[in-house]
Design a protein around this ligand. Structure first.
Ligand code: URA
Length: 238
């Protein structure tokens, strides 16, 4: 959609005002000031006038966050800071989490206002791989990869996890790929094979890799390609 139209679609801005704001350098798209009133922006772009984030009509929001340790994957909590605290107030009410991480886990967390998209991300039937870097207190036993591949029985739920991949990176270090997102899944799988996880960091969900440019606590909008990697039927632009 053209930038001037996108702004003037908001009731408070006439078309003339929109063009003036752009020409004056007060409008940024994905953090870059654009002065071309006819620039075309896609529906996933974040558009600001000065410091105000403009919500473009029905625009969907998709972010990756480098979750720091110590933050809860929740929308609010009276005791601990939540990952939503790491977003500006105007966004907080709109976002929900697609695939939680424990408070003491770090790494890739995806947040969106698109419920169908986040459901695809977490739906066990769709089998989106989630990749974790794990360190353990004790050396990982030689039989652990085969036990993970066979599935670990969780007595509480009365189920066996689907086959998971455990790649050794050192005596107490591994990369683990799972295809579900059950409660404390990775920690409980290690516990079942006699291990104790001391650090857990999510590197990847499907084709979406944690951006190495993001320091803990930082986030960025997903690219169109990242969004479509979860849900290919989302249109390229709107
Ligand atoms: N598995 C866990 O045990 N914890 C997480 O945060 C994610 C996966």
């Amino acid at each position: 959609m053209r930038l001037d139209r996108l702004i003037s679609n908001q009731p408070q801005y006439s078309h003339r005002t929109a063009r003036c704001l752009i020409a004056c350098g007060r409008v940024s798209v994905n953090g870059v000031v654009l002065r071309d009133t006819q620039a075309v922006v896609d529906r996933f772009a974040s558009v600001r006038i000065d410091d105000l984030l403009l919500r473009a009509g029905q625009a969907s929001l998709y972010f990756m966050l480098h979750k720091p340790i110590g933050y809860l994957s929740a929308t609010s909590d009276s005791t601990h800071p939540t990952v939503l605290d790491l977003f500006e107030p105007g966004l907080r009410a709109h976002l929900h989490i697609g695939g939680r991480l424990d408070r003491n886990s770090s790494g890739l967390l995806l947040l969106t206002n698109d419920g169908l998209w986040s459901r695809r991300l977490t739906e066990p039937r769709i089998k989106i791989p989630k990749v974790y870097h794990v360190t353990t207190a004790e050396p990982i036993t030689a039989d652990a990869p085969a036990l993970f591949a066979a599935g670990i029985h969780f007595a509480f739920e009365g189920l066996t996890t689907s086959p998971a991949l455990l790649q050794s990176l050192g005596p107490c270090e591994a990369r683990v790929t799972i295809y579900e997102g059950r409660y404390h899944q990775v920690k409980r799988m290690f516990h079942a094979v006699g291990g104790r996880v001391v650090s857990l960091h999510r590197e990847r969900m499907g084709d979406i890799v944690l951006d190495p440019e993001l320091a803990p606590g930082e986030s960025r909008p997903l690219t169109g390609a990242e969004i479509r990697s979860v849900s290919p039927d989302i249109a390229k632009s709107g």
